[in-house]
Design a protein around this ligand. Structure first.
Ligand code: GLY
Length: 404
């Protein structure tokens, strides 16, 4: 469609337009609207995205990885905000978020896993994190349904969980109540004039004008047409297959806290909700835009989960789903302004989107209102990948469909 034939909605002169209505786009919209910015979200199905699949672990300590110390600081900043964030969001919407301060147990099934966990424990302690080494017997005392062969584990009482679907639904309500406008369609192209982002054209040909545009489209963020080549975020989809089992009503819970393990080199987690849902995840596959649930993926998750907690085979398997994590080159998010004036990023949260939701909302609202990134977000500027050279107009191919 040529710009001349685009319908312009004159009433739609926004302070902020957000591409993507997943939890990151929604929290950005909510916080921006709370600060008085006239805000709109463009997404065909807001409240969806990777949060529909995610287990919702808030696992800054048990999901610590070598080389990610800088990210750890941001993760911990978000952990500290979670209680107040969850209370405020529940209060604003009346929604129960399934925020459960249940802690996490990371266990080892063989001597290799045990050595790996010992290393992780040492690294956690060096990083000043709370984590307690337990014998296999003590692990089973905490979680009696664990396999008898468990060789030891780490008790981390500070790694909690939230239900990401409830979180997304609550953020949607909070946005609506704060006056955020929703355009339930696809953002087709960024519009740029005089080296500045000026708005979006949507799939139905509507031109929306805005002072600032935030690209928060998860794994799709690198594919919005009209974004200059050097400014496109280097995000890629990383597939995760996840299962949901359900405890029959009236039956006592199988697990009382999140249980994690590495089984034959594959990370595995079981996240028990108060509702009786037990989430089992997740594969990690570099397969582009593929979101097929495969027999092999389901088999491996069930096989490994059964090795960890044999009793799961009795439970109804109620859902299988695959989603796409927005991976970035250093596994950390891209937050804040780009080299194209008026275009900001909030994407690339990879394994930590749910955990980083509170801090992302605050960081983005701050930068949208002041033009300055707060100190805690400075290591996460998009410019760290050297992708922000002088903008050149070069549209990227538009996505043809929205993956899960
Ligand atoms: N944070 C869990 C996952 O990405 O699978």
């Amino acid at each position: 469609m040529s710009p001349a034939s685009e319908a312009s909605d004159a009433s739609d002169a926004f302070d902020v337009l957000i591409v993507g209505g997943g939890i990151i786009g929604l929290v950005t919209a909510w916080r921006a609207a709370q600060r008085g910015l006239v805000t709109a979200v463009v997404d065909p199905a807001p409240g969806g995205g990777a949060a529909r699949v995610a287990a919702g672990m808030l696992a800054a300590v048990t999901e610590l990885h070598y080389g990610e110390q800088t990210l750890l600081a941001l993760n911990l900043a978000s952990v500290r905000r979670y209680p107040a964030f969850a209370a405020e969001l529940s209060e604003a919407t009346g929604h129960d978020l399934g925020y459960r301060r249940c802690g996490t147990l990371a266990v080892a099934l063989d001597s290799d896993d045990r050595a790996h966990l010992r290393e992780l424990h040492a690294f956690q302690r060096q990083s000043g994190l709370e984590s307690e080494w337990l014998s296999g017997r003590d692990c089973r005392r905490l979680e009696p349904m664990l396999a008898p062969g468990v060789r030891g584990g780490l008790r981390v009482d500070g790694d909690h969980q939230i239900d990401p679907r409830r979180l997304a639904a609550a953020l949607l309500t909070a946005c609506e109540r704060a006056g955020v406008r929703f355009h339930r369609t696809t953002a087709e192209r960024l519009t740029v004039a005089r080296d500045r982002a000026t708005g979006l054209v949507t799939a139905d040909g509507t031109a929306l004008a805005a002072g600032q545009v935030v690209l928060a489209a998860g794994s799709l963020s690198g594919r919005l047409a009209g974004v200059p080549e050097g400014v496109l975020p280097p995000v890629r989809p990383v597939k995760g297959q996840v299962l949901r089992l359900t405890m029959p009503p009236g039956q006592p819970p199988l697990l009382h806290r999140t249980v994690r393990a590495v089984v034959r080199g594959n990370p595995l987690y079981l996240v028990p909700r108060e509702s009786g849902e037990l989430v089992v995840g997740a594969t990690s596959e570099e397969l582009g835009w593929d979101t097929t649930v495969t027999a092999g993926g389901v088999y491996e998750l069930l096989r490994d989960a059964h090795e960890l907690v044999p009793g799961i085979t009795e439970l109804p398997l109620t859902e299988t789903l695959a989603g796409l994590r927005p991976g970035s080159p250093d596994n950390a998010p891209l937050l804040g302004p780009t080299a194209l004036d008026g275009l900001l990023l909030a994407t690339g949260h990879f394994r930590n989107g749910v955990l980083l939701t509170p801090v992302t909302g605050n960081v983005m609202a701050h930068v949208l209102t002041t033009g300055e990134l707060p100190e805690e977000a400075r290591p996460f500027t998009p410019g760290r990948f050297g992708t922000t050279q002088a903008p050149v107009q070069a549209p990227a191919p538009a996505p043809t469909e929205q993956p899960a």
